[in-house]
Design a protein around this ligand. Structure first.
Ligand code: HEC
Ligand code: HEC
Ligand code: HEC
Ligand code: HEC
Ligand code: HEC
Ligand code: HEC
Ligand code: HEC
Ligand code: HEC
Length: 440
């Protein structure tokens, strides 16, 4: 790929997407029973710079859904809408599109009434928050308190597993934790006691549980209103973030220390919310907006086909699967037909689960979140080469680029426990530079 083509594609990429969105907006949103008066100003993304929408207040996703029902229906099926759920004395209720639609029972020795909220559970794992706003941890309760949906790629089975087995004190579900799982989250001002719902563990506050419309579009009160019988719309009264720098970035980058220029890590894995920082370190994709590849309203879990706007080969038409074309990796019941992502987006991130050596061998590393680094380090060496000395950051080179090591990439499959031959780190590194030249 020559550099001219690259620049064109990158720049036209984001502007082209805005163009499409504007066309969609002109096309109408199926506003059944909605505003009798359509906006007089031309519809466009006027407000792309003020995420407060001129000091507006939060109105809540249900209001937005009243007019934007089609987008509301998509977001309902997105992990965003399920990031925190308030419990009503009964089991959490997930949309039918959840990877695992029901949690059959509360953790042993608990009743559902013991919990006020569940965090996650739509895609991979769930954690439970008690009525005082503290997590149920295994260390404190003596029973397994983390729910895992089955994750076939890493052999994780459906069921309860330990969560913080070493915790001896209550662990609060506070702002530091819920800031990315809620809409309009705020920390408690110094000295002031602000607790969401009046629960002692939940220092700070939010406007809406889960990642609602206004988490990305800013507070909505200036966007619509009514004068007598007429509904008025001000499209400039809502924030639209074309590059994600004021939305995605706050929750998918920024890590433990809030520094999104660095990719934070722990236990030999990238932490679970570093996609923004990873992308910045990806070399060729460093300037991409998340929305070049992702439709912001469509879940990967619900509909992979439309959730990803541009697959790898839309831009890398010249690259092929070479020797891996049509290959299917199998281990027990698990089957994966190889795609570009199989190697370039390995599970180098970990939130709550990782594969055991009995499933992937001693040298392979398989967590539960795909990486967005894309570059592969073809040198011989294991994950230690990827992280800094104390293991808290991913190393980057003099140009700020990171790369994933072959234990995350090749050894995930080539470990002798599935239907393919094992590779050592040395052998994998030897073949990797030529993997795109392997005969079909
Ligand atoms: C009373 C109806 C109504 C409500 C309620 C409403 N919208 Fe809108 N919204 C519209 C209309 C009409 C447009 C113009 C687009 C079109 O022609 O369909 C629009 C446009 C938008 C746009 C595109 C802005 C642009 O610059 O083109 C966004 C984003 C948006 N709305 C988000 C929201 C969010 C978030 C909420 C909730 C806080 C919300 N809307 C509530 C009617 C509404
Ligand atoms: C910097 C933002 C951020 C912070 C802080 C954060 N998370 Fe997350 N969380 C995310 C993102 C992004 C994901 C989705 C990652 C993925 O693909 O698994 C996620 C996913 C999860 C999931 C899995 C959801 C599911 O449906 O499978 C759980 C559970 C979770 N987080 C719990 C927590 C807990 C507990 C804390 C506080 C100790 C926390 N998170 C702090 C951003 C954050
Ligand atoms: C994760 C961030 C995010 C969330 C959550 C989100 N949006 Fe959006 N939305 C965007 C971005 C970014 C765009 C810009 C266009 C694009 O890239 O598709 C957009 C575009 C829009 C548009 C105009 C273009 C179109 O697709 O019609 C409307 C209207 C809209 N959003 C409404 C909503 C409503 C209503 C909700 C909640 C039910 C919501 N959005 C939730 C990020 C988000
Ligand atoms: C307020 C914080 C927040 C913002 C802003 C945000 N996200 Fe998320 N995102 C999360 C959390 C938390 C999860 C995990 C939710 C879960 O699974 O329970 C998540 C999950 C996701 C997922 C997987 C969801 C699925 O259903 O497959 C994608 C993809 C994603 N985010 C992309 C984006 C993009 C792109 C943007 C910006 C346009 C964005 N996010 C903005 C917090 C956020
Ligand atoms: C070059 C394309 C591309 C860009 C740019 C991109 N993503 Fe992704 N992302 C993907 C693909 C492809 C997948 C899903 C792979 C699969 O099918 O599992 C994905 C998966 C995800 C997931 C789910 C990870 C998991 O394992 O559950 C999250 C969260 C996510 N992306 C967030 C983001 C955010 C936030 C940004 C911007 C900082 C971003 N992505 C930029 C292509 C991209
Ligand atoms: C919107 C277009 C686009 C999409 C989609 C896209 N790429 Fe790229 N990719 C690029 C551009 C442009 C470059 C920079 C090319 C260069 O420097 O020669 C690049 C570079 C790369 C590089 C080299 C990175 C480096 O700097 O060393 C890899 C590896 C890569 N892409 C893999 C992927 C994979 C895998 C996917 C799908 C998950 C994907 N790309 C999706 C446009 C895209
Ligand atoms: C079996 C694993 C594997 C698969 C599958 C795979 N790649 Fe790669 N790819 C690699 C490795 C390893 C490299 C690094 C080669 C090097 O740096 O010497 C690479 C390099 C690249 C590069 C950078 C090339 C360059 O000249 O800098 C791009 C772009 C790329 N791959 C895109 C893709 C796309 C698109 C697909 C799907 C059609 C794909 N890859 C499938 C392993 C894979
Ligand atoms: C998702 C699983 C997976 C990953 C990741 C993967 N492979 Fe493979 N590999 C396979 C499968 C399946 C085959 C096909 C075996 C067969 O058909 O007998 C294969 C075949 C091969 C072959 C033989 C190809 C031929 O032409 O016969 C080589 C060499 C190879 N892989 C090297 C690598 C290297 C090096 C990496 C890392 C850059 C890698 N693989 C990553 C699953 C994987």
């Amino acid at each position: 790929m020559d550099s001219v083509a690259v620049d064109d594609r990158r720049q036209s990429g984001s502007w082209w997407l805005i163009g499409v969105a504007v066309l969609v907006a002109f096309g109408g949103l199926g506003l059944a029973g909605c505003p009798p008066t359509m906006p007089t100003n031309p519809v466009g993304f006027e407000n792309i710079s003020d995420p407060t929408n001129n000091g507006a207040t939060f109105v809540g996703s249900p209001s937005c859904r009243g007019c934007h029902a089609d987008i509301g229906a998509l977001v309902d099926r997105h992990g965003h809408a399920q990031a925190i759920q308030a419990l009503q004395g009964a089991a959490p209720v997930f949309p039918e599109t959840a990877r695992d639609t029901s949690i059959p029972s509360p953790p042993a020795d608990f009743a559902w009434t013991a919990f006020s909220h569940v965090v996650g559970g739509y895609r991979k794992s769930a954690l439970f928050v008690d009525q005082n706003g503290f997590f149920a941890t295994t260390g404190e309760t003596g029973v397994d308190t983390q729910w895992n949906a089955a994750l076939p790629h890493s052999g994780i089975e459906r069921g309860f597993a330990p969560y913080l087995p070493d915790a001896t004190e209550p662990v609060p579900f506070d702002f530091e934790c819920f800031r990315c799982h809620a809409t309009g989250a705020q920390s408690a001002p110094p000295g002031a006691s602000v607790f969401q719902g009046g629960r002692a563990g939940m220092a700070g506050s939010w406007h809406e549980a889960g990642v609602g419309c206004e988490a990305c579009h800013g507070p909505g009160s200036n966007h619509f209103g009514s004068t007598g019988a007429d509904v008025t719309i001000d499209t400039a009264g809502v924030f639209v973030d074309p590059d994600g720098g004021n939305s995605c970035r706050h929750c998918h980058g920024g890590g433990a220390d809030g520094d999104d220029e660095r990719i934070s890590a722990a236990d030999g894995f990238i932490t679970h919310y570093e996609q923004w920082s990873e992308l910045r370190a990806s070399g060729g994709h460093a300037d991409f907006a998340c929305t070049v590849c992702h439709d912001p309203h469509v879940s990967l879990t619900t509909g992979r086909e439309t959730a990803i706007r541009n697959d790898c080969t839309a831009c890398h038409a010249e690259m092929s699967m070479a020797g891996h074309r049509g290959a299917t990796f199998r281990r027990g019941e698990f089957a994966e037909t190889l795609r570009c992502e199989s190697c370039h987006m390995p599970y180098a991130g970990m939130n709550l689960t990782r594969a055991d050596a009995s499933v992937v061998g001693e040298d392979a590393r398989v967590g539960d979140v795909r990486a967005h680094i894309f570059r592969i380090d073809v040198r011989e060496g294991d994950f230690n080469m990827m992280f800094n000395e104390d293991g808290t950051r991913v190393r980057t080179d003099s140009q700020g680029r990171a790369a994933v090591t072959v234990d995350f990439v090749c050894l995930r499959c080539h470990n002798g426990l599935g239907n393919v031959f094992p590779l050592t780190l040395e052998r994998a590194a030897e073949i990797a530079p030529n993997v795109h030249a392997l005969p079909e």
